[in-house]
Design a protein around this ligand. Structure first.
Ligand code: UD1
Length: 427
C-alpha cells in the first residue's frame, strides 16, 4: 500500500486549483437514475469514491463514459445514461465500501418503483444510522421492508404520492434521498428542517436543470412539486469547500500564502470566520480565495454544526492547524460521536490535545515533530498531512486510500505550493 512522506518546514505559497466537490458529486451522480436521457457532469473530481460510485451505477445498467481524462487534467467529464435499468439492487460488497451508496435508494425508488439497498453499517466516525432516510421516504409514500441486512423500498402502484416530512435532526444524506425521490412523485412534498449545505443547493440546481420543480432551495423548508418525467442535463459540479478549507489550513500552519483557485467564499463562511479568528488573512481573490498567515496563530473556540455552521468535515484539519496556535483552543464535535481519531496521532507528533466526550482542548505547542502516523478516516488523514507540513523532520502517513477517497491528486497539488510531499509504494 502507498504512503505519503512529508518533509516538513516548507512555507506553502502559490496557487492550487480546487477540485469539484466530492460530496456534491456523490449526490449528483445518482440523479442519472432519474431519467432515460443522458446526464453529463463536468468538473467531476478524480477520486476513488467517484470510481466506486460509477461502478455501482453500472450495476443498475447505467452506461458511463468519461472525457477529459488526460493525465495532466484535474477533473473530468462523465456522461451517464440510464436508458433502461437492469437491476434495482445495491449489493453489500459495494455499499459497505462506500456509505454514500445509500443515495441510490431515493432515485431508484422514484424511477423504478422499488429499490433494494444493503444497509451500510457503521463506519469509523460513528454509528451513522439511516433511519431518517427511511422515515422521509415513508412520509412521501414508500413502503419500507427490512430483511437480511437489506432495506427494500417500494412505491405504490402509480408511483409515490408525495408527502410531508419534518427532520428531527438535520441530515444531509436523508435530505438528498428525499429530494431525489420526491421530484418524480405524483403530488407535492414538503421537507422541513432540511439540510441547507451548499451540496444540497447543487443537487437542487441539477434537478431543476433536469426539469424538477423545487421551491425553497437553500432554505430548511423545501417544497417539491412532482413531475411526470425528468430530462437529461449538463451540469458543473460545485467546487469542493472542504478541500479548499483543508489547503487553507495547510497554508496557515506553514505561515504561507496561497490562492485557492475556484473556491467560493460564500460556501465556506464558517471556515473563513474560524481562520480569521485564528489570525489568518482570508480575502476573496479573482476567481478564488486568497489565504495568508503572517503572525502567530491564535486559539479558537467553536462547535461543529450543520450548515451554515462550522462543518464537521473541517474539524480535524482546523485542529491540526491549531496545534501550533499560541494558547488553548476548544473544539466541540456535535455531529459525529467518534470523530477524534486523529487526536492520538497528532499527540504522537508532539501536539498537546485532551479530549473529554465531544470536546477537545488543543493546547498550542511550540513545535510538532515528524512521525509515522495513520488515520482511520479521510479528514483525519488530511489533518496528519497538515501537521506534517509544519513538523520538524519527516512524517509518513499510512493508509493512503483514505486520502485518495477525497483529495484529488494531493501530492501534485502540494507540489504546486512548494511542499515536499511524496507518494511512495509499500506500507
Ligand atoms: C454527509 C457527508 C459527510 C459529512 C456529513 C455531515 C456526504 C457523502 N457525506 O454525510 O462528509 O460529514 O454529511 O455534514 O455528503 N443521522 C441519523 N439518522 C440518519 C441519518 C443521519 O441519526 O438516518 C445522524 C448522523 O448519525 C449524524 C447526523 O445525523 O449524527 C448528520 O449526518 P448526515 O448529515 O446524515 O451525514 P451524511 O449524509 O451521512
Amino acid at each position: 500500500m502507498d504512503k505519503i512522506i512529508i518533509r516538513g518546514g516548507k512555507r506553502l505559497s502559490g496557487t492550487v486549483p480546487v477540485s469539484g466537490a466530492k460530496n456534491a458529486a456523490l449526490t449528483l451522480l445518482p440523479c442519472a437514475l432519474l431519467t432515460d436521457e443522458p446526464v453529463t457532469l463536468r468538473n467531476l473530481p478524480r477520486l476513488a469514491d467517484i470510481d466506486g460510485f460509477q461502478h455501482l451505477l453500472n450495476q443498475f445498467g447505467i452506461s458511463t463514459s468519461i472525457a477529459g481524462a488526460r493525465p495532466e487534467d484535474f477533473g473530468r467529464v462523465m456522461t451517464l445514461q440510464a436508458t433502461r435499468l437492469t437491476s434495482t439492487v445495491a449489493p453489500y460488497d459495494l455499499v459497505r465500501k462506500m456509505r454514500a451508496s445509500i443515495l441510490v435508494l431515493g432515485p431508484l425508488l422514484a424511477r423504478a418503483g422499488e429499490a433494494t439497498v444493503s444497509l451500510p453499517g457503521g463506519c469509523a466516525i460513528g454509528n451513522r444510522p439511516i433511519d431518517l432516510h427511511l422515515k422521509a421516504l415513508e412520509a412521501i409514500g414508500a413502503h419500507i421492508e427490512m430483511a437480511a441486512g437489506y432495506v427494500r423500498a417500494i412505491a405504490p402502484d402509480g408511483g409515490l404520492p408525495g408527502g410531508r416530512y419534518s427532520f428531527p435532526v438535520v441530515s444531509v444524506g436523508a435530505t438528498e434521498n428525499a429530494l431525489m425521490a420526491a421530484v418524480l412523485a405524483r403530488g407535492k412534498s414538503t421537507l422541513h428542517n432540511a439540510a441547507r449545505e451548499p451540496e444540497i443547493v447543487d443537487l437542487c440546481n441539477m434537478l431543476v436543470a433536469m426539469g424538477a420543480q423545487i421551491e425553497g432551495i437553500g432554505t430548511s423548508d423545501i417544497t417539491i412539486h412532482g413531475v411526470d418525467r425528468l430530462h437529461g442535463a449538463t451540469y458543473m459540479v460545485m467546487p469542493d469547500r472542504i478541500e479548499a478549507g483543508s489547503y487553507a489550513c495547510a497554508a496557515a500552519i506553514t505561515g504561507g500564502e496561497v490562492t485557492l483557485a475556484g473556491a467560493r467564499m460564500e460556501d465556506m463562511e464558517a471556515t473563513v470566520q474560524a481562520l480569521r479568528d485564528a489570525g489568518v488573512h482570508v480575502e476573496p481573490a479573482k476567481n478564488g480565495i486568497h489565504v495568508a498567515a503572517d503572525g502567530p496563530l491564535r486559539p479558537v473556540t467553536l462547535s461543529t454544526a450543520p450548515y451554515p455552521g462550522f462543518a464537521t468535515d473541517m474539524q480535524a484539519q482546523l485542529m491540526a492547524m491549531l496545534c501550533l496556535a499560541k494558547g488553548s483552543s476548544v473544539l466541540t464535535e456535535t455531529i459525529f460521536e467518534n470523530r477524534y481519531m486523529h487526536v492520538p496521532e497528532l499527540n504522537r507528533m508532539g501536539a498537546h490535545i485532551e479530549t473529554k466526550g465531544r470536546t477537545a482542548v488543543v493546547h498550542g505547542v511550540q513545535k510538532l515533530t515528524g512521525a509515522e502516523v495513520m488515520a482511520t478516516d479521510l479528514r483525519a488523514s488530511m489533518s496528519l498531512v497538515i501537521a506534517g507540513l509544519a513538523a520538524e523532520g519527516e512524517t509518513q502517513v499510512h493508509r493512503l486510500y483514505h486520502l485518495d477517497r477525497g483529495y484529488e491528486r494531493l501530492e501534485e497539488k502540494f507540489a504546486l505550493l512548494g511542499a515536499d510531499v511524496e507518494r511512495v509504494g509499500g506500507d
